[in-house]
Design a protein around this ligand. Sequence first.
Ligand code: SAM
Ligand code: SF4
Length: 344
Amino acid sequence: MTAIETPSALTSSGLRDRFGRVIRYLRLSVTEKCNFRCHYCRLAAGEGGEPRHDPLTTAELVRLVRLFARLGVGRFRLTGGEPLLRRDITTLLAAMLALPGVEEVSLSTNAYLLAGMAQELRNLGLRRVNISLDSLKPEMFARITRGGDLARVLSGIDAAVAAGLAPVKINTVVMGGINEQEIPDLINYARGRGVLLRFIETMPIGDAGAAVMGRHVPAAEIRARILATCGGELLPVSQPVGNGPASYFRIAGLGVDVGIISALSQHFCDTCNRVRLTSWGDLVLCLGREDRVDLREVLRSHADDATLCDMIAQAILRKPRGHEFAASSVSDNISPHPMASLGG
Ligand code: SAM
Ligand code: SF4
């Protein structure tokens, strides 16, 4: 990738960064709050990294989404923290989907509250949902999430499928000595439910992420474990839906596809088409770097739409080439921001 000279990020094809990548996707962390405290995402109570409680309002979020859509960003994801904890989440979803240029709004959730909301979300126009599920053993699930109730999450997944949300993707962060033994069980579970499973390498994001890097299992080992336990071959297949960071494989022995997201061992920065918004309005240009721009102050200074659009376009020019996580375990390049503020 070579930096190209661009006076403005705004081109006829949309927001283009210095490396020629066109930005089409915005992930919105709509709250830092969460009802779980997954070990890889948040520290234990009292150990620090407490969530901020000053999120942007619905009106501010909708305005920003309207402007991003005007700048050619068509895909949005509601994430967090736990986005379903936000009381206005259905209002926000409906308002976003009504905006011109918004092609899709998807959701990342821990599914704890999903059973009671899946049908309403589907009726409002939600389709794609990603759900975290790191264990099928109630005690281990409670340990990883520090108190999460597996049965509620599984009924949330069932409700999502029954409501017709699709695709439903399950995200499993693989941790050595914690849940890596469950890889075949999780594959069978996803196969039985007709949902798509993706294994994620731990990332050194925030203090909690750094703390679990000793449990890091690289993608090659995840693949080896799938092969050893599920048999057959692992055949690369193209992305079943969308253009995300996962590599997909068909497990020949089972005829089922799985994804692997390996931010560290096989990073996907060259094709990155996304930026992130924290719950309080910082535009984050890269998951693993410091570069960010405070949109909230300008938003609250009665700036007009043109000023905000210009600020967003200028910010895109600050998107770095890629993250700087070391290729193995803990490093000095840990992103200091909690994952809940970045939304995954
Ligand atoms: N609460 C929702 C959930 O758990 O899906 C949405 C927010 S969560 C921050 C988004 C994603 O980030 C989840 O799939 C979670 O597993 C992942 N994640 C959080 N911390 C991580 C870490 N240190 N390394 C890898 N993935 C992480
Ligand atoms: Fe909450 Fe999701 Fe982070 Fe777990 S990964 S603590 S569910 S925000």
